[in-house]
Design a protein around this ligand. Structure first.
Ligand code: HPA
Length: 249
């Protein structure tokens, strides 16, 4: 079944497994040519609009970043009628002003992942396409997201380079030092291939990155604890619904 209209799709990352405040919600299990998505797509009303929500890691966080079926997720949202997608991603901060609980709308990506299905062309008989990816996020959606955050009175940093790592382990200090030299400001495990696949489907796509911790060697801690990551994430996630409510206005 294809929905007539979905105003926005949201892919929730770590710490965002259900969309708070969704009303009249129904669940859609979508059969995709690429296998199962991370779970059902939950469609409901939020801020007077129709949104589709999908938990990237599954609703009980059972899928590690390298096992997420990014193709199925994007295909399912597109199939249900979504044309704009916000990816919410937990990240580590590399840049000094991107400490825990900071919200960032990145504008660039460097992909360090490997062994993932990165393209819808990666299927026998599919047409080979070389999409332009100079600007990996949709500029108009980025701007709308930044303006929404301003109206919601929630501080968000405009721009930054998202370095996508393979995970699920966190990085070594040397890996982060290299990423910093490369120009990365943030590090996360799920930003790619999601953004590239969204572009292949001609979906508008932007990322709302939530900083959970300073990346390895960037803060004062000798080690990064998972408890700390989730505590900071919970705080940062609280900003997501008010920003998206403004985006939908
Ligand atoms: N590295 C990679 N991904 C992450 C991190 C990190 O430090 N924190 C949250 N997601």
């Amino acid at each position: 079944m294809t929905h007539a209209h979905i105003d926005l799709a949201v892919i929730g990352g770590s710490g965002l497994y259900q969309f708070p405040g969704l009303e009249n919600a129904t669940r859609q299990s979508v059969d995709t040519p690429y296998g199962p998505a991370s779970g059902d797509v939950v469609i409901g009303d939020f801020a007077g609009r129709r949104i589709a929500f999908l938990a990237r890691h599954g609703e009980s966080h059972t899928l590690p970043p390298h096992r997420v079926n990014y193709r199925a997720n994007l295909w399912a949202l597109h199939h249900l009628g979504a044309r704009r997608v916000i990816g919410v991603n937990a990240v580590g901060g590399i840049r000094h002003d991107m400490g825990p609980r900071t919200l960032v709308v990145p504008d660039q990506i460097i992909d360090y992942t490997h062994g993932r299905y990165t393209s819808f062309c990666d299927v026998e008989g599919a047409e080979v396409r070389h999409i332009d990816f100079s600007e990996p996020y949709t500029s108009s959606l980025r701007v709308a997201l930044l303006e929404a955050a301003k109206r919601a009175d929630i501080a968000v940093i405009d721009g930054g380079c998202y370095g996508a790592t393979q995970g699920p382990r966190l990085e070594t200090r040397a890996e982060i030092a290299r990423m910093k030299r490369d120009g990365c400001d943030l590090v996360g495990m799920t930003g790619m291939p999601e953004a590239g696949l969204a572009r292949e489907l001609e979906l508008d796509y932007a990322c709302l990155a939530l900083v959970a911790n300073f990346a390895a060697g960037c803060g004062d801690e000798a080690e990064i604890s998972i408890e700390e990551i989730f505590a900071h994430l919970a705080a940062a996630t609280a900003g997501v619904p008010p920003i998206l409510a403004q985006l939908l206005k």
